[in-house]
Design a protein around this ligand. Structure first.
Ligand SMILES: Cc1ncc(C[n+]2csc(CCO)c2C)c(N)n1
Length: 206
């Protein structure tokens, strides 16, 4: 089977479901999530997003020029998103100057390590990270207040279109990559799916 972003989701249906369906999200939707659980997620996801911005910036350094437009639009969104996290944390009196928990730290290390990979592998990895979030929030939408803005941020159709573009670019890069790169891309996909599940679980444990 030709390796594509869609084929990875198809091959690993159960793993992908566990990455995108979790009691944390279900209880946000039911309005029963505890404040400490939600706040843990918010702070740790901010720390994660900072490292994701660095990963995306490294990708800009190695991407073919016709892939830059999409990647740069992602960087602009992250700029906005980091400020949004900061505003949200201030409203909730949360300190963003916090240590990452082990799962967050492991995920950040994985993103840093992607920098040593060829462009095609990095392109699959960034797609998987963004696609997991897009699908997770979409699968649990609509979110009631006060979580509506969170669901809208990552479940909205503009963000879905961005994720589709990332998949298209990753597919184009992987189509001309060798077997070693295919294997590395698949390994990153699996690590990302596992860490997405663990990240929800980390927040759930408060
Ligand atoms: C655990 C976790 N996984 C994926 C994302 C998705 N994501 C990472 S940075 C960013 C900003 C705009 O592209 C988005 C949406 C996340 N936030 N947290």
């Amino acid at each position: 089977m030709t390796l594509t972003c869609a084929s990875l989701i198809e091959k690993y249906t159960d793993i992908w479901r566990d990455a995108t369906v979790h009691p944390f999200l279900q209880q946000c939707q039911a309005g029963t999530i505890q404040l400490s659980q939600f706040n843990t997620w918010l702070v740790q996801d901010y720390l994660f997003a900072v490292e994701c911005a660095r990963m995306l910036a490294r990708l800009v350094g190695v991407a073919p020029s016709d892939h830059l437009d999409i990647l740069l639009s992602g960087l602009v969104s992250i700029k906005d998103e980091l400020q949004w996290f900061q505003r949200n944390a201030a409203t909730r009196n949360l300190d963003l100057n916090t240590q990452p928990q082990p799962t967050c730290r492991e995920y950040c290390h994985l993103m840093a390590s992607a920098g040593q990979q060829p462009y095609a592998v990095q392109a699959v990895a960034i797609w998987a990270i963004e696609a997991a979030y897009n699908q997770a929030w979409r699968k649990h939408s609509p979110m009631p207040e006060p979580y509506t803005e969170f669901g809208d941020r990552w479940g909205n159709s503009n963000f879905s279109a961005y994720v589709d573009e990332l998949a298209r670019q990753a597919d184009a890069a992987i189509a001309v990559a060798d077997k070693t790169q295919h294997q590395a891309a698949e390994a990153f996909f699996l690590d990302i799916a596992r860490l997405e599940r663990d990240f929800w679980q980390m927040a759930y444990q408060g």
